[in-house]
Design a protein around this ligand. Structure first.
Ligand code: VG1
Ligand code: CO
Length: 698
C-alpha cells in the first residue's frame, strides 16, 4: 500500500468529554471529522505508541461503527450501497475517496429526491435485510446484487452517469487505513467490529492471539485502542456516535492526553492514510472482511501491516473464568430455586451474554432479553436504569406491571457498550452506590480473585458514601475521585485499589481499567452463590433484597437519588452552576435559604467545588462538581454532564445517611423529599431551566 498525506482543516468542537468524543452521527459524518480526531490522537501519543504499535479498534456496534473501522458507506442508503460498490469494482476503477466529496452531496440529493422512490428499492432493502438476518457470507451478496442489477437495466441506464462519479469516493476507510498510514504494525478488530468496552480493556492488557499461520500466541498486548461507542446514548442515523482512546494499561486516556488531543484538533492541517482495499467486494484478492476471523496482511513501503479479526468474547470469558468460581455460579443458576434474567438492551453485551450466562453457566436462553446487538439498539435508549430498561423493570415486578407471573430472583441490564450494570432483585432495586459497597464488603469471601484481600477501594465523588463506611469498617484504603473511570486507573496501576464504582451504574475492579457490566453481574451472582452455598438443596434462599437489607443493618443506609435534567439550554445550565458557586461564599446565606425551604434538615457546614489531586502522578483536576455538605452527612452535588451531545444535562445528586437500623427501610424518594426540595430551591432549578421535573430519576 501507499501512504498519502491528506490536507484538512480543524473543527472547533472536538473536546473529549467524560468519556471520549460524543456527537450526533451527522456531525461525525462531516468530511474529515473522524479523521481529524484520529490523527490528533495519534499525534498526541509518544512515537512508540504509534510506529510499529498494535491498536485495537472496535466498539458497541452502533450505527457508523463499521464505517469508522473499515469502510465509509455511501451515506444515502444502506441497501443501494453494496451493489453499487460491487459494480464500481467490477468496472475496475480505483476508488479515490478524497477527490469527490462534494459529489456525494449531489448524489445524496439525487437519490433522496427520486431514486429511493423507485419501485424496486423496497426489494433491495428486503434482500439486504435477509442477508443481515441470515448472516450469510458477504460473498453471496455480490452474486445476488449482480443478478439483480443485471435484471434492472433501467437502474443502470438511469444512474450510470451518477455511478461513474460515485465510485471515486467509494473506497474511504477511516481508522484502519489511517493506522496503516501512521505506521502502526497491526490493528486488532473484534469480529463484526464488536467488543464491549471492558473487553477492549481486557484485550489491550492481554490477548490470546493468533499469528499469521493461525497458531495461538499467548500474552500478546496492544499499545492502545479506539473504542467506538457513545455508551448509554441512543444510536442510529439521527442519534449518537462516539470515539475514545484507551492507553496501554487498558484505561481511558488521562486528562493530560485528552487535553493534548483537543489542542491538536484545533491546529490539525493534514492526516495520514493508506490506500488499503475496502471490504467489498469479497472477490478482490486482498480485502479485510471483519465478519470473518483471521489475519489479513498488507505490505507497504515501510513494512507489513496486519488486520487481525478475532472472536469478540473468548478472551473476555477466559479472564472472567480466572476471576470467579464459575462452578459455584453454575450451581446457583441451575438450581430451580433461583431464577435469572439479563437484558442487554440490544447493546454489545448481547455478544457475551449467551456465551457466558447460557453456555458457560447454564442459565436458560429464555432468561436473555434484547441480547441481539443492534446498530440502533432497537430504537431504545441503552441505559440500564429504572426509566430506560422498561422491559426488565416490568419483568422484575417493579413499576406498573401485571404481577401474574412471579418475577425472577435476579435481574440485570447493561448499557450499549456493556460497561454499566443495573442489578435488581425480585421487586427490588439495588442502587449502584450500594452495589459497589456490598461487592466490596463480600468480595474476599465470595470471589476467588480477591481471596488475598482488597488493596483498597474507590468511588467517584457524587457516588454515595456507602463504600466509605465499608472501607472504614474493613480498614481499607479509600479514595474519592472525580466522575469518569479514567481517574481509577492510576490508583489501580499503583496497586492502591481493587474495587471501585460510580453511582451511574458503573462498577469494576483492577482486573481491567474500565468499569465492567458483566463482571458486576458475576460478582453479584458469586455473592448470591456464596450466601446460598448451603441453601440450594433445602432451606430458604437468601435473596438480593436480603443481602441489601442485611448490609444496611450492619453499615447503615445511604438514601440516594439522582435527578437528571437532560438537554436543557446550555447557557441556562451554566448560569445555574455559576450561581451555585457564588452562593458558596456565604454559608450564612445558604443556611438561611435552606431553613426557609425546609426547617427540619440539618445545617450546611461546608460547600466547595470538588478538586482532585491524583495521589499517584500529582495531577490536579478542577471544577469537578459543586458540593454542599450537611452536618449530618447529607450531601447535595451538582454537576454538568460531560457525555451528552446536545444542549447540557444537569445532574443533581442527593444523599442522606441513616444509621439507625429501625429507619433504614423507608422509600428513598420519601426519605429524601425534604433534601430534594432544598436542592431545587437552592439551585432555582425551575427558574433557570424552565423544567418542573427531571427527565430521569434514578
Ligand atoms: C456519565 C456518568 C459517569 C460515567 C460516564 C461514562 O458521565 O455520570 O459516572 O463515568 O457517564 O459512562 P457524565 O459526565 O455524563 O455525568 V459510559 O457507560 O457513558 O462510558
Ligand atoms: Co457505557
Amino acid at each position: 500500500f501507499n501512504v498519502s498525506r491528506v490536507e484538512t482543516t480543524p473543527f472547533g468542537d472536538q473536546k473529549p468529554g467524560t468519556s471520549g468524543l460524543r456527537k450526533k452521527v451527522k456531525v461525525f459524518k462531516q468530511p474529515n471529522y473522524l479523521q481529524n480526531f484520529v490523527q490528533s490522537t495519534f499525534n498526541a501519543l509518544t512515537p512508540q505508541n504509534v510506529r510499529g504499535a498494535t491498536l485495537v479498534v472496535s466498539g458497541d456496534g452502533r450505527y457508523f461503527s463499521k464505517d469508522a473501522i473499515q469502510h465509509e458507506k455511501v451515506s444515502f442508503s444502506d441497501h443501494l450501497d453494496h451493489p453499487i460498490k460491487h459494480l464500481s469494482y467490477k468496472i475496475n476503477l480505483l476508488p479515490s475517496y478524497q477527490a469527490c466529496r462534494q459529489l456525494s452531496r449531489v448524489w445524496e440529493l439525487l437519490s433522496s429526491s427520486f431514486l429511493l422512490h423507485l419501485p424496486f428499492s423496497g426489494r433491495i432493502r428486503q434482500l439486504h435485510a435477509a442477508r443481515i438476518r441470515s448472516r450469510s457470507p458477504l460473498i453471496v451478496w455480490p452474486l445476488l446484487s449482480e443478478k439483480y442489477l443485471r435484471s434492472l437495466p433501467c437502474f443502470l441506464s438511469l444512474h450510470s452517469a451518477v455511478l461513474l462519479l460515485l465510485f471515486v469516493f467509494l473506497g474511504g476507510v477511516i481508522i484502519t487505513k489511517m493506522a496503516a498510514g501512521n505506521g502502526l504494525r497491526r490493528v486488532w478488530v473484534g469480529q463484526n467490529g464488536l467488543l464491549s468496552t471492558p473487553a477492549v480493556s481486557a484485550v489491550i492488557r492481554e490477548r490470546v492471539g493468533v499469528d499469521v499461520s493461525n497458531r495461538l500466541v499467548f500474552g500478546s498486548k496492544a499499545t492502545g485502542a479506539f473504542i467506538l461507542t457513545a455508551s448509554h446514548n441512543p444510536g442510529g442515523p439521527n442519534e449518537d456516535f462516539g470515539i475514545k482512546y484507551n492507553m496501554e494499561n487498558g484505561g481511558p486516556a488521562p486528562e493530560g492526553i485528552t487535553d493534548k488531543i483537543y489542542e491538536n484538533t484545533k491546529t490539525i492541517k493534514e492526516y495520514l492514510t493508506a490506500d488499503l482495499p475496502d471490504v467489498y467486494p469479497s472477490s478482490l484478492p486482498s480485502y479485510v472482511d471483519i465478519t470473518t476471523i483471521g489475519v489479513t496482511s498488507f505490505s507497504g513501503s515501510e513494512g507489513q501491516f496486519d488486520v487481525e479479526v478475532f472472536d469478540s468474547a473468548s478472551d473476555y470469558i477466559k479472564l472472567m473464568k480466572s476471576i470467579f468460581d464459575f462452578e459455584s455460579i453454575r450451581k446457583l443458576l441451575s438450581s430451580p430455586k433461583f431464577t435469572f434474567c439479563y437484558d442487554a438492551l440490544h447493546g454489545v453485551a448481547g455478544a457475551y451474554a449467551k456465551r457466558i450466562f447460557v453456555e458457560e453457566l447454564g442459565a436458560q436462553e429464555s432468561s436473555l432479553l434484547n441480547c441481539v446487538p443492534k446498530e440502533d439498539f432497537g430504537g431504545g435508549h441503552p441505559d440500564p436504569n429504572l426509566t430506560y430498561a422498561k422491559e426488565l423493570v416490568a419483568r422484575m415486578g417493579l413499576g406498573k406491571s401485571n404481577s401474574e407471573v412471579e418475577p425472577p430472583e435476579f435481574g440485570a441490564a447493561a448499557d450499549g457498550d456493556a460497561d454499566r450494570n443495573m442489578v435488581l432483585g425480585k421487586r427490588f432495586f439495588v442502587t449502584p452506590s450500594d452495589s459497589v459497597a456490598i461487592i466490596a464488603a463480600n468480595a474476599v469471601e465470595a470471589i476467588p480473585y480477591f481471596s488475598a484481600g482488597l488493596k483498597g477501594v474507590a468511588r467517584s465523588m457524587p457516588t454515595s458514601a456507602a463504600l466509605d463506611v465499608v472501607a472504614k469498617s474493613l480498614n481499607l484504603k479509600f479514595f474519592e475521585v472525580p466522575t469518569g473511570w479514567k481517574f481509577f486507573g492510576n490508583l489501580m496501576d499503583a496497586g492502591l485499589c481493587s474495587v471501585c464504582g460510580e453511582e451511574s451504574f458503573g462498577t469494576g475492579s483492577d482486573h481491567i481499567r474500565e468499569k465492567d457490566g458483566i463482571w458486576a453481574v458475576l460478582a453479584w451472582l458469586s455473592i448470591l452463590a456464596y450466601k446460598n452455598r448451603e441453601n440450594l438443596g433445602g432451606g430458604k434462599l437468601v435473596t438480593v433484597e436480603d443481602i441489601v437489607r442485611n448490609h444496611w443493618a450492619s453499615y447503615g443506609r445511604h438514601y440516594y437519588t439522582r435527578y437528571d435534567y437532560e438537554n436543557v439550554d446550555a447557557g441556562a445550565a451554566k448560569e445555574l452552576m455559576a450561581c451555585l458557586v457564588k452562593l458558596q461564599s456565604s454559608l450564612t446565606e445558604v443556611n438561611e435559604i435552606v431553613s426557609g425551604i425546609q426547617s427540619d434538615v440539618s445545617k450546611v457546614v461546608h460547600a466547595d467545588e470538588f478538586e482532585y489531586k491524583d495521589p499517584v502522578d500529582g495531577s490536579i483536576s478542577k471544577h469537578q462538581g459543586i458540593r454542599y455538605l450537611f452536618e449530618d452527612g447529607s450531601r447535595l452535588v451538582f454537576r454538568l454532564s460531560g457525555t451528552g451531545s446536545e444542549g447540557a444535562t444537569i445532574r443533581l445528586y442527593i444523599e442522606q445517611y441513616e444509621k439507625d437500623p429501625s429507619k433504614t427501610g423507608r422509600d428513598s424518594q420519601d426519605a429524601l423529599a425534604p433534601l430534594v426540595a432544598v436542592a431545587l430551591g437552592l439551585s432555582k432549578m425551575q427558574e433557570f431551566t424552565g423544567r418542573s421535573a427531571p427527565t430521569v430519576i434514578t
